[in-house]
Design a protein around this ligand. Structure first.
Ligand code: CAA
Ligand code: NAP
Length: 248
């Protein structure tokens, strides 16, 4: 991936960090976007930690729920790095609650950050990719967008929507050297999953045939596979990485 620039949204999170590191190892120039509630010092500390581990990763602030903020991010990267070849739409949140108790804020935050973000970020990236006739777009969905999950009507709706977005966009840009794919991870050992109550999480793990949570690196390897130039015939697909928990 030498001479390729990758943007990873949510690049400092559990899965995002593994993706950034993996793409770095493949020789890509990597930009991790962060939110951190605007805590730029925390972001710089993450960057320094990565550098200590041998990963030179650029960082930029964004709120993926905000169209203008995404425009500012992409403009800054275009100026500094000569465009984006690989876009990993990875930022996401959960606000779990039974539907009968879910607030409008819990619904909206999840839809905005997980689904509207697909439009907000990709819309600013796509025209330059079309002009250059090259691009790799990988959208991080979830097993729970495929099967649904008790307590996640908001998240399941957003994550299911992502794959519709992938399939439609894949068709629009296929002739211009751009692939668009979805990855649907199962339960991966990050802060997002560890925030589920221990007794509930144990029951979930018991339903995973492989018998454990997935590792962020296991998702990152698949991202790198789809992001490779050689993967140009794979588009509009949905790659599941879930330890056998849900098979379709
Ligand atoms: N199916 C059917 N019934 C269920 C159920 C399930 N999966 N889970 C809970 N219930 C039942 C309970 O047995 C209980 O029944 P009774 O009232 O008869 O005792 C009732 O529903 C209430 O359950 P809770 O006490 O758990 O309800 P709560 O309102 O306190 O909590 C919740 C609701 C926060 C959604 C909690 O159930 C929960 O955290 N569930 C897990 C959600 C989950 O898997 N989130 C994934 C986060 S990680 C992620 O999203 C990453 C990814 O992409 C994979
Ligand atoms: P995580 O560690 O909580 O990371 C989520 C990332 O999203 C964080 O880096 C966060 O950035 C970013 N983010 C949140 N709100 C944002 C906003 N408004 N603007 C910009 N960035 C924002 O969770 P993760 O497990 O790595 O999840 C990464 C992706 O994988 C998510 O889309 C998630 O839904 C999906 N996924 C996870 C699992 C799993 O089991 N862990 C399974 C399936 C799918 P900051 O930290 O900088 O605020």
């Amino acid at each position: 991936m030498k001479n390729k620039t990758a943007l990873v949204t949510g690049g400092m999170g559990g899965i995002g960090t593994a993706i950034c590191q993996h793409l770095c190892k493949q020789g890509a120039t990597v930009v991790a976007s962060y939110n951190r509630g605007g805590d730029h010092e925390a972001a710089k500390a993450w960057q320094a930690e990565q550098l200590q581990q041998g990963f030179n990763i650029a960082i930029r602030y964004v709120d993926v729920a905000d169209f203008k903020s995404c425009e500012n991010l992409i403009n800054a990267i275009n100026t500094e790095f000569n465009g984006i070849d690989i876009l990993i739409n990875n930022a996401g949140i959960t606000r779990d609650a039974q539907f009968s108790k879910m607030t409008p804020e819990e619904w909206q935050a999840v839809i905005s950050i997980n689904l509207d973000s697909m439009f907000n970020v990709t819309r600013h990236v796509i025209n330059a990719m079309l002009e250059r006739k090259y691009g790799r777009i990988i959208n991080i969905s979830s097993i729970n967008g495929q099967k649904g999950q008790f307590g996640q009507t908001n998240y399941s709706a957003a994550k299911a929507g992502i794959h519709g977005f992938t399939k439609a966009l894949a068709q629009e840009v296929a002739r211009k050297g751009i692939t668009v794919n979805t990855i649907s991870p199962g339960y991966i050992e990050t802060a997002m999953v560890m925030s589920v109550a221990d007794n509930i999480r144990e029951k979930i793990v018991a339903q995973i045939p492989v018998g454990r949570l997935g590792k962020p690196e296991e998702v990152a390897r698949a991202v790198a596979f789809l992001a490779a130039e050689e993967s140009g015939f794979i588009t509009g697909s949905n790659l599941t990485i879930n330890g056998g928990q849900y098979l379709i």
